[in-house]
Design a protein around this ligand. Structure first.
Ligand code: BES
Ligand code: MN
Ligand code: ZN
Length: 496
């Protein structure tokens, strides 16, 4: 796919599909030219009233007088400026149009469109991101092409019409949106892959291929004997019941001087969560393949960071395991010793995410990171609290929490902060060990975060619970690629 910002004459530009966003105010120059060439078609559509009233209402026209094969008029409704959420919706609607099969080339006119707290580069970046993510299909496990995924060509070229003086800045914005969209799609694919294919070794392979694709990325993969040497007893307790070997993946991105402390991103990589001996019920159990979306999100964010050439250092740390029951599986009541020496009484083998993450958080400390953000499909309780709209945010650092919250609002990949605190932390007391792995009734996502917080005392830390946001259930089920948009926005802001 090629994304280009071009100063051109819209009437003579030959593409399969021309999309013109029609703002409510005075007609901008390219639209006026389009109107003249089509003998008043744009004005007529506006005058008919439909365009003004509904956001995203679209005409599909095949007018003579212009070189484009089809013309879509998309309205911004009657408001002067769109909210960022409205622009994202409109961008998604445009993306849906132009990524329909049979359209190979498209051009978009955005002249005169106003979006709150956003300039034209923000809008262009969002549009490119929407088109990249709108192009995503997961068909690699189907043996033959289906009717809607037929052999007709897909979009190869998207042109953004602009003024000559805007070409450079809008091209950079399109590239930015494309990089983020690619990170999101990379993450979605890993989430959509079945758990018999997307194993810990597969995730490690994915990280290694990323590293091979860029001189700025380096991958290191630890296997079970090394984890044992490091004393990662909590992580090893989760993998005890499965025949599938675990991996600890470390993917480093170098965009700044070696002396610059990195930001560490830690991602939960449970490639299938059966619950272990505390076996989950079978309804929708297939969806527990997405329990590695934290891991996938970290790898996707590093991909985006690399494509964006961010001037900072990152380290992605992914503990990857499968949680299964068997004669070797960890039992409720078992007490294990984590890498930092903390003893943990495992009361519920289904609370496995925190067990692999606690050792990964200890490991992250070795990098003397400027901040650590862990990403995990950690608790069903977070889905109850926030649904599928916002990820849960927890942090021991006010400034970091604000940064992440703001990045969520800007990117649309939103979060909501939930508390940590001693009163919750006390729910994790065990009569037999330093710590229990579950906190009993009430505030399940908070006590899970408190558990992680015990291992994140030496640095600025935030935890994102993406159990509700990483995956869409129902008819169009699949991985969403969240929180790559959020993390990319956060890292871009840190790069300015
Ligand atoms: N992977 C699950 C959390 C989850 C639930 C993610 C639903 C996505 C959708 C996690 O490992 C888990 O099982 N958590 C338990 C914790 C409980 C045993 C304290 C939960 O949420 O029920
Ligand atoms: Mn579980
Ligand atoms: Zn889990």
């Amino acid at each position: 796919m090629e994304y280009r910002a071009l100063a051109l004459d819209v009437t003579s530009h030959a593409v399969d599909c021309l999309v013109a966003v029609v703002p409510s105010g005075p007609m901008p120059a390219p639209l006026a030219a389009l109107d003249r060439a089509t003998e008043g078609l744009v004005e007529a559509a506006r005058a008919a009233g439909e365009l003004a009233r509904f956001l995203g209402w679209s005409h599909n026209l095949r007018p003579p007088g212009i070189a484009a094969k089809r013309l879509f008029l998309v309205s911004t409704g009657d408001k002067e400026a769109l909210t960022r959420d409205q622009w994202r919706k409109l961008a998604a609607a445009i993306a849906e149009r132009v990524t329909g099969r049979g359209i190979e080339s498209a051009a978009v006119i955005l002249e005169g469109v106003a979006v709150e707290d956003s300039d034209r580069t923000d809008c262009a970046a969002r549009l490119a991101e929407a088109v990249v993510t709108g192009s995503y299909r997961f068909a690699e496990c189907k043996s033959k092409a289906s009717e809607d995924e037929d052999n007709r060509p897909s979009l190869a070229r998207l042109d953004l019409v602009c003024a000559p003086e805007e070409v450079a800045s809008l091209q950079a914005a399109l590239d930015r949106g494309q990089a983020i969209g690619e990170g999101i799609n990379f993450t979605r694919r890993l989430g959509d892959l079945p758990p018999n294919i997307c194993t810990p070794a597969y995730l490690a392979g994915a990280a290694q291929s990323l590293a091979e694709s860029s001189p700025r990325l380096t991958a290191r993969v630890l296997e079970e004997p090394e984890m044992r040497e490091l004393g990662m007893g909590a992580l090893l307790a989760v993998t005890a019941g499965t025949a599938t070997p675990p991996r600890l993946i470390v993917l480093e991105y170098r965009g700044a001087a070696e002396s610059d402390p990195p930001i560490a991103l830690v991602g939960k990589g449970v490639t299938f969560d059966s619950g272990g001996i505390c076996l989950k019920p079978s309804a929708n159990l297939d969806e527990m393949k997405y329990d590695m979306c934290g891991a996938a999100g970290v790898l996707g964010t590093l991909l985006a960071a690399d494509r964006l050439r961010l001037p900072l250092n990152l380290v992605g740390i992914v503990p990857a395991v499968e949680n299964m029951p068997s004669g070797n599986a960890t039992r409720p009541g078992d007490i294990v010793t984590a890498m930092d020496g903390t003893t943990i009484e495992i009361l519920n083998t289904d609370a496995e995410g925190r067990l692999i993450l606690c050792d990964a958080l200890t490991y992250a400390g070795r990098y003397r990171p400027s901040a650590v953000i862990d990403v995990a499909t950690l608790t069903g309780a977070c889905v109850v609290a926030l649904g599928h709209h916002r990820s849960g945010l927890f942090s021991n650092d006010e400034a970091l929490a604000v940064e992440l919250f703001e990045a969520g609002e800007r990117s649309g990949d939103k979060v909501w902060r939930l508390p940590l605190g001693e009163e919750y932390d006390e729910q994790l007391k065990s009569p037999f060990a330093d710590l229990a792995n579950v906190g009993g009734k009430g505030a399940g996502s908070v006590t899970a975060a408190c558990f992680l917080g015990r291992f994140a005392k030496d640095y600025r830390w935030a935890h994102l619970d993406i159990a509700g946001t990483a995956w869409k259930s129902g008819e169009k089920k699949g991985a969403t690629g969240r929180p790559v948009g959020l993390l990319a926005e956060f890292l871009l802001n840190r790069s300015r």
